[in-house]
Design a protein around this ligand. Structure first.
Ligand code: ADP
Length: 663
């Protein structure tokens, strides 16, 4: 069974709900509502859908594509679990289209995972693998470790099902390692339960038991009934094979309990089939019979022929063991009937398989022809190479003659050679230093990423649990205690923004540019709608002299520059009518843009300092910030090979200018 990205923890949902009241940023609010929806995924699909719909409406209102895509994908999750795969895939595809427009790898990874699960449930293993691999690629680009773990677990499971145990071990052990590194408990139970099954298949019994036990413990902690049912079922199968029948029976009963709570008929059916077999092996024929009968009823509802066949088989075994030969014969006939019909199904699958093998053969022949053609070409090239070699020998000959002619200048040459080798040595040293610098920079970025990634959640929890605590204690507490809680909340909210912005900053990588044509008028409109509340509240205006151009750039990064510069121009502004004018000048090799505000201005001596990380000139109430906005703009412009600078005087507004070369 493949895992979707979900967790069911009421406390987390409560804390997210209370966090909603503390966070002002409309995009962040959409993210949180989506997160609430996704946390309901295992426990209450209607709530998942309900919150995803709220998030979708809000994301539509503020034109926030990533939020929209995530919400659509979450809506698809409900249909996936209801086995309405076509409907679910439709929503996945729509979500994917939107997420691709803004190149949001984080959301794209999650969507491909859902598509893969839909493929799997529809029996399309090939596309399932293709989409899961895509999912892994995007989630790795987004450094979304939780999703990377879950997809790794899914890929491992798929390869295990295909009998490719080594590949399965590679994916699952890597996911397990990442899990232990990031301590994301939600992914763990799915990774561990698959690893346990894998170790069982590989005959590594001790490890299998260890991982089953771990997976059950974690699933219990997470209240994840599905994983509990699944792990107990797999453990029981493992024990049945090794003839630990009492334990197998106990675990099957536990598995049944958890699947019942989820009303999961499909897995319940498998548990009944296993139970009837184990009980027969234990010679508890009466009990086996009742599970077999209950199972057959379920198999009829589910239309599952394979289980029906196996259950009739068990039923005939218990009948004959109890001397009920007439019944045994009747059930044996049922067994034969369903077995035959399964073979008919098998046969039609086999015909399909043969057809695809025929096509494969065809393409092999085509390949062979292509290879022969390639070999011919290579022979021609080889002949050309022999000619080249002859030319080279001639050249060498000429060089040797020249060398003889110039040997009088030997001393001079020696000196120049020495010089060359010194230059080469210095170039090598420089390259080493450079490589070292690149490596340590990468390590630093990774550190910033991991630190901020892992800090974000605990901080968010402090904010929301303080809020819950305040509500819980209510009026009973003293005014002072109330004041202290407010201070804790204010400071942790500031800390949260700091960590969030550091994470965003550390994720700005120049490795993956995604350059496309960006209409900057559209970028400006997107910024306008994302800060429409502030514009209205401050009675502010954004003016452009003439239409802005379209340039080749990364869409999200241009949005970030525009948003940071415009927000700053409004924030550090005490004018009753704040105003920001945006101008554009085409240059011979690119474009220069300027953002001029009528705000408080900046002392000239700080014109470099403001672009440094965490540098803030004012720290007073109402001017909250993290000191990362301008550093982010600078990092983006630098990566584009451009330049950003400031022209300002105290009390006379500021002009931020940046020029970027054409790609
Ligand atoms: P912050 O999150 O503090 O706004 P930024 O990196 O965006 O961080 O800006 C760094 C500092 O530069 C700000 O704290 C502020 O003191 C100053 N600053 C930025 N933009 C302006 C502006 N338009 N007018 C005046 N001061 C500004």
């Amino acid at each position: 069974m493949l895992s979707n990205i979900a967790a069911g923890q009421n406390a987390v949902i409560d804390s997210l709900k209370s966090l909603l009241t503390n966070i002002q940023d409309p995009e962040e609010q959409v993210d949180i509502i989506n997160e609430i929806s996704y946390n309901f995924n295992l426990t209450n699909l209607d709530s998942t859908f309900h919150y995803a719909t709220i998030a979708l409406n809000q994301a539509n209102e503020i034109n926030y594509p990533s939020g929209k895509a995530r919400a659509l994908n979450l809506q698809g999750g409900k249909y996936l679990y209801e086995k309405k795969h076509e409907k679910s895939l439709q929503l996945n595809e729509e979500a994917l289209r939107i997420a691709k427009e803004v190149n949001d790898h984080n959301v794209i990874g999650k969507i491909y995972n859902s598509i893969g699960i839909n493929n799997y449930n529809l029996g399309d293993k090939e596309n399932c693998l293709i989409n899961l691999r895509e999912a892994l690629k995007h989630s790795e680009l987004a450094k979304d470790s939780m999703t990377v773990i879950i997809i790794g677990s899914n890929l491992g499971y798929m390869h295990m099902k295909n009998g490719e145990l080594e590949l399965a071990a590679e994916y699952l052990e890597r996911a397990d390692f990442l899990n232990s590194q990031f301590k994301t408990s939600i992914g763990i139970s799915s990774v561990q339960k698959h690893l346990a099954t894998l170790y069982g298949l590989q005959g590594k019994d001790d490890k299998a038991i260890e991982y089953f036990t771990r997976s059950i413990a974690i699933a219990k902690e997470d209240n994840d009934n599905f994983s509990l049912g699944w792990s107990y079922l797999q453990l029981a199968k493992f024990q049945k094979k090794r003839k630990f029948l009492n334990q197998a029976k106990e675990n099957l009963l536990l598995s049944s309990k958890y699947f019942k709570q989820r009303n999961d008929l499909e897995n319940q059916l498998e548990v009944y089939t296993e139970l009837s077999e184990v009980l027969n092996l234990q010679k508890q024929y009466n009990q086996s019979e009742s599970y077999a009968i209950a199972g057959i009823e379920l198999a009829n509802v589910e239309g599952n022929i394979e289980h029906k066949r196996n259950l009739y088989h068990q039923l005939s075994i218990s009948n004959s063991a109890q001397g009920q030969y007439k019944e045994a014969n009747k059930h044996l006939n049922e067994f034969i009937k369903w077995n035959d019909s399964l073979h008919v199904l098998d046969k039609s699958e086999r015909i399909l398989e043969l057809e695809s093998m025929y096509q494969l053969e065809n393409s092999k022949v085509e390949n062979q022809l292509l290879k022969e053609e390639k070999a011919k070409q290579e022979a021609i090239i080889k002949q050309g190479n022999i000619q080249n070699l002859a030319t080279l020998i001639c050249l060498l000959f000429i060089t040797a003659i020249s060398f003889l002619l110039y040997r009088n200048n030997k001393s001079k040459q020696k000196y120049s050679l020495q010089l060359e080798s010194e230059v080469a040595q210095r170039t090598k040293d420089l390259k080493n230093t450079n490589d070292h610098l690149i490596r340590s920079n990468e390590e630093l970025e990774r550190f910033a990423f991991i630190a901020s990634h892992d800090l974000k959640e605990p901080i968010r929890n402090i904010i929301s649990f303080t809020d819950l605590l305040k509500k819980e204690i209510g009026e009973k507490q003293s005014q002072k205690a109330n004041q202290f809680m407010d201070i804790i909340q204010k400071n942790t909210t500031q800390l949260y923004y700091l960590v969030r912005d550091t994470l965003e900053f550390s994720m700005l990588s120049d490795k993956e540019k995604n350059i496309e044509s960006v209409d900057l008028n559209e970028t400006l409109e997107n910024v306008r709608s994302s800060i429409s509340d502030t514009l209205e509240r401050k009675n502010a205006k954004i003016l452009i002299e003439e239409n802005l151009p379209s340039i080749k750039a990364n869409k999200t990064q241009m949005f970030l520059i525009f948003k940071n510069l415009i927000e700053n121009g409004l924030k550090y502004n005490e004018n009753p009518k704040p105003q920001i004018s945006i101008a554009h000048k085409p240059e011979s090799e690119g474009n220069t843009f300027s953002f001029t505000d009528n705000g408080i201005g900046i002392d000239e001596k700080y014109s470099d300092k403001v672009f440094e990380m965490f540098s803030r000139l004012q720290k007073r109430e109402g001017w909250e910030g993290t000191g990362l906005g301008l550093a982010t703009c600078k990092k983006i412009v630098d990566q584009m090979g451009g330049h950003i600078w400031l022209e300002s005087k105290i009390g006379q507004g500021s002009t931020f200018k940046f020029s970027i070369p054409s790609v």
